[in-house]
Write a protein that binds this ligand. Structure first.
Ligand code: GDG
Length: 461
């Protein structure tokens, strides 16, 4: 079995302070690395004044964790700039927020080249390299330029935009050409895959054949949809155990029998947070019986707080939640509990299990793991209802959710009312079908399937 080399912007800590504190994806990649042996390579999270030194290396069993630092200039141009102020907004259809600058593009090229340069000496000829996400679209091309011939795969965690949106990027061709240096490109959904294939055919005149094969730029590669899953069983167990924890008991006590609606998202403009609060406001206006009887708990750990658009969404969210609370709160009931901080995974799992509704309304989302975790956390006998945006990749698998258009605030409020009054029998039926999907396609099946396809050319479903 070949050694596995995982590359991602951030690398999981080599040592964990608390068991159960780590996210599902990072647990899964660790497991893949444990099984194959190999390296996890990425940014240390540190920004230094000087240029890079050698990678810092920590060995844990058969896995080497290797990280490099960024200079302030690289952090500004590559991370804050091109990755999070150009690609992230553009790939989430926010052309209005996307910034296009030669300086940040050059920084992005420079950092991809640096990463390739630092990674190359660590590689063996028989390694299989798996690169994650929009930070490193150019990495394989850089490695190929340095004569690396290993199998290289790429997985995009965020959506791939439709042709007219993607081609607004002045460097669209350079990015796709570089992506085609990989052997396998993985997307979250068929829709993302189709948008990519559409670009290859219509913009470049490439050929899209059977079994995901693409012939373009003198190369042959494959592209497929590999929807990511969650650690379904572990998360369910954690939710059940967490039910008796101090925090969950305190939450339940504070509700005094009221129904709880929960939202959990990084504080990001792609997550549809303002529309969500407005939909909840409309629920209280259109169905006034809910006043005093329903609580909306929105948890928003801060994210990318040094990017200007993230400062704006925080301010806007505080103003909107404050306005709704000001309009509806009573001396013994506050409708929205807006928390700008993070919780342990265990506590979150218990909160999900205690909520009548999981409200997940992104305007665009590659997959959305919160939707799947909410389903995993529900008790089979008395499950809650998932209200889910059609623009989350997860909507393609979670057919038992109430699927909503997040732009239609009144429509979301109607579905919330439907969820609050849904009979137990229907809740169970809907939950069972969603649970089946996330039990079969969990995060282990996801990485195993991807790596099997990359290594052995398995048929793409
Ligand atoms: C990207 C794509 C795609 C959230 N708050 C806390 C916390 N979380 C955890 C959730 C979940 C994860 O973070 C968030 O994952 P999502 O999928 O919802 O969203 P992104 O961060 O945007 O992820 C997305 C994903 O990559 C994977 O491919 O699904 O579309 O955008 O696991 O539970 N975890 C803890 N405390 C918190 O307060 N511990």
């Amino acid at each position: 079995m070949s050694r596995l080399v995982v590359v991602s912007n951030r690398v999981a800590a080599s040592k964990l302070s608390r068991p159960g504190s780590e996210g599902g994806l990072s647990v899964a990649l660790r497991a893949a690395l444990r099984q194959h042996g190999g390296i996890w390579f990425g940014w240390s999270g540190k920004v230094l004044e000087r240029d890079y030194g050698q990678p810092s290396v920590a060995e844990v069993g058969k896995t080497t964790f290797a990280t490099i630092d960024l200079t302030q200039r690289d952090y500004d141009d590559y991370y804050k700039g091109f990755a999070n102020s150009t690609l992230w907004p553009l790939f989430h259809y926010r052309l209005d927020l996307a910034e296009f600058s030669q300086r940040t593009w050059k920084g992005y090229e420079r950092v991809n080249a640096h990463f390739a340069h630092r990674l190359q000496p660590l590689l063996k000829d028989s390694d299989v390299i798996w690169v994650h996400d929009y930070h490193f679209t150019l990495l394989a091309e850089q490695l190929r330029n340095a004569n690396c011939r290993q199998k290289m795969g790429f997985f995009l965690h965020i959506p791939w935009p439709a042709l007219p949106v993607f081609t607004a990027l002045p460097w669209h061709r350079e990015i796709v050409k570089a992506l085609c240096a990989y052997d396998l490109i993985g997307f979250q959904t068929d829709e993302d895959l189709e948008c990519f294939q559409d670009y290859i055919r219509r913009e470049i005149g490439g050929e899209v054949g059977e079994n995901g094969v693409i012939r373009v730029f003198g190369r042959t590669l494959r592209a497929g949809a590999f929807p990511i899953g969650v650690d379904t069983e572990t998360f369910a167990k954690m939710a059940e155990e967490s039910e008796t924890s101090n925090q969950v008991a305190r939450l339940k006590k504070s509700l005094i029998g009221r129904d709880l609606i929960i939202g959990v998202d990084r504080l990001d403009y792609s997550k549809g947070l303002i529309n969500r609060v407005e939909a909840f406001e409309h629920l209280l206006t259109a169905y006034p019986d809910n006043r005093g009887n329903v609580v909306f708990l929105q948890i928003n750990p801060p994210s990318r707080a040094d990017v200007a658009d993230y400062v704006d969404i925080r301010r806007e969210m505080e103003a909107t939640a404050g306005r709704v609370n000001g309009a509806f709160a009573e001396y013994d009931w506050v409708p929205i509990r807006y928390l700008n901080k993070s919780f342990s995974r265990r506590v979150l799992a218990g909160f999900f299990r205690s909520s009548r509704i999981g409200l997940v309304t992104p305007l665009r989302d590659g997959m959305n793991l919160v939707a799947k975790e909410y389903v995993a956390a529900q008790p089979a006998k008395d499950p809650g209802v998932l209200v889910l945006s059609r623009f989350a990749g997860a909507a393609r698998e979670l057919d038992g959710a109430l699927i909503v258009n997040p732009y239609d605030v009144e429509g979301v409020a109607e579905r919330l009312q439907e969820a609050l009054t849904m009979p137990l029998k229907e809740r169970r039926e809907r939950w069972r079908s969603m649970h089946r999907a996330i039990a079969v396609n969990d995060v282990t099946a996801w990485w195993a399937d991807y790596l099997e396809t990359l290594q052995h050319g398995k048929r793409i479903p």
